[in-house]
Design a protein around this ligand. Structure first.
Ligand SMILES: Nc1ncnc2c1ncn2[C@@H]1O[C@H](COP(=O)(O)OP(=O)(O)O)[C@@H](O)[C@H]1O
Ligand SMILES: [Mg+2]
Length: 427
């Protein structure tokens, strides 16, 4: 670590059983206090991010070793070794760093993400390639409950798909910008022109535009581009319904803004477009569901999450019904997948809850599920996913299990999309 967090005085909390000592502040909380708090917390967060992102604020993509590369390429270690011996012939990196005289500086091979991706492409891991005429698939990760793992799943899915050689666009529709943070950008530094906001502004506004392309930026993770999220997205919640009733905007359908922006370029350029949504059924979120070809719904197998999922559908259907009337075409999804998330398999009652989930969603429950895991928890303190971790400090088994779960989900999403959206022939 190149920089330490600023010194802060740790408050001494004296606890006298059974009552905790009250907080030391007195005199109530004014709006001015809250403004001060805002400035303080933002400042603290900036400091944390400076440490996390290192001084240049750039997140670094992971570097693989030879055995990680072999597993990404679907080869055994020895088969990969034989391929690596022919690296020069293929015009690819053999993983060795050499000094000016061409001598290896280390006995270990190391493959930065770009080199690893070149090998993945070369070794034909991507057996299926989207053919011309097939549109990129828009996958919306949604649910109106927070903390269920939506952002973790959306970012991991984007990275996982890119590791299979697909070109991926991530769209962050959450004003909290967690996906943006995980993809290496500070949401506080995001400008409105890098988000979807210009699409939602009134036609008469100078910043208005219908195209999404100018909002797209590359990220530290080659293969995943980003339309960022920031608190600026709140303004869209105001403009979308306003435009729907404005007489200057005849024919405007507030639901189709994102869908229209993806046609004519973006869907051609990207194989997958993964959208992360806020935990709400807002105008922006409805845009995401409307633009989506498929919906991935992370549900934690516990009572409250299951109950929320029931409420989600009744609210969704109510909104969708009125939206459908104004829409140009009947809405149809290629697939819908409910993925058990943050599963605590050893917790009493957990298997029972999974059965309930199965009974609630017999047609849509995915066969993969994401366990609650230290590997993800560790990742989140660094705003990282399992794919970011080159070297996990904890047990290798824990990491492998977590990684395998996200790999399985990526595979299932890809298989469903190939079958139901691209209508690819079974291999
Ligand atoms: N499978 C998991 N195991 C452990 N922690 C998880 C897992 N999935 C998510 N988390 C953690 O839970 C918190 C909420 O996850 P997040 O993906 O932000 O949910 P959401 O987007 O639904 O609000 C984060 O701190 C994240 O690191
Ligand atoms: Mg989120």
């Amino acid at each position: 670590m190149t920089e330490n967090l600023p010194d802060i005085e740790t408050p001494v909390v004296q606890v006298e059983a059974p009552f905790p000592a009250p907080m030391p502040h007195k005199g109530g909380v004014s709006l001015g206090d809250l403004q001060e708090l805002d400035a303080h917390v933002s400042g603290m967060l900036d400091s944390i991010k400076r440490v996390v992102f290192r001084p240049d604020e750039r997140k670094k993509a992971p570097v693989c070793n030879a055995s990680q590369l072999a597993s990404l390429c679907g080869r055994s270690g020895s088969a990969m070794g034989r391929l690596l011996d022919r690296a020069a012939e293929f015009g690819l990196s053999d993983g060795y760093v050499r000094d000016a005289e061409g001598k290896k500086t280390s006995a270990h091979r190391a493959f930065p993400l770009a080199d690893a991706m070149a090998w993945i492409q070369h070794s034909g891991t991507l057996r299926y390639k989207r053919t011309s005429g097939q549109d990129g698939a828009v996958i919306c990760v949604g649910f109106f409950k927070g903390g269920v793992g939506k952002t973790t799943i959306a970012v991991s899915l984007a990275q996982g798909l890119s590791l299979r050689g697909y070109k991926v666009l991530a769209i962050d529709l959450d004003p909290q910008g967690s996906m943006t943070t995980m993809l290496g950008r500070n949401p506080g530094a995001v400008e409105i022109g890098e988000t979807i906001v210009p699409l939602t502004l009134p036609r008469s506004a100078s910043d208005h535009r219908d195209e999404l392309a100018p909002s797209i930026r590359p990220t530290y993770w080659q293969g995943v581009d980003l339309v960022a999220g920031s608190t600026g997205l709140f303004i869209s919640e105001f403009y979308l319904p306003m435009r729907a009733t404005s007489k200057d905007e005849a024919g405007f359908n507030f639901l189709e803004v994102l869908q229209r922006a993806l046609v004519g370029g973006v869907r051609e350029k990207y194989d997958y477009i993964v959208i992360d949504t806020p935990p709400a059924l807002s105008y922006i979120t409805m845009n995401a569901y409307w633009a989506a070809d498929a919906v991935l719904l992370p549900v934690v197998p516990e009572g409250l999450s299951l109950q929320s999922s029931a409420q989600f559908w009744s609210m969704f259907n109510e909104l969708a019904e009125s939206a459908q009337k104004a829409a140009a075409e009947p809405k149809r999804y290629a697939w819908l997948g409910v993925v058990p998330s943050r599963v605590e398999a050893h917790k009493p009652g957990s298997v029972e809850m999974l059965k309930w989930l199965q009974m609630c969603y017999p047609k849509y429950l995915m066969s993969s599920h994401i366990p609650i895991t230290e590997a993800v928890r560790t990742g989140s303190t660094e705003f990282a996913t399992v794919y970011d971790i080159s070297k996990y400090a904890g047990s290798a088994k824990t990491y492998e299990r977590a990684r395998a779960a996200f790999d399985a989900l990526t595979t299932e999403v890809d298989l469903l999309t190939r079958r139901e959206h691209w209508h690819a022939k079974e291999e």
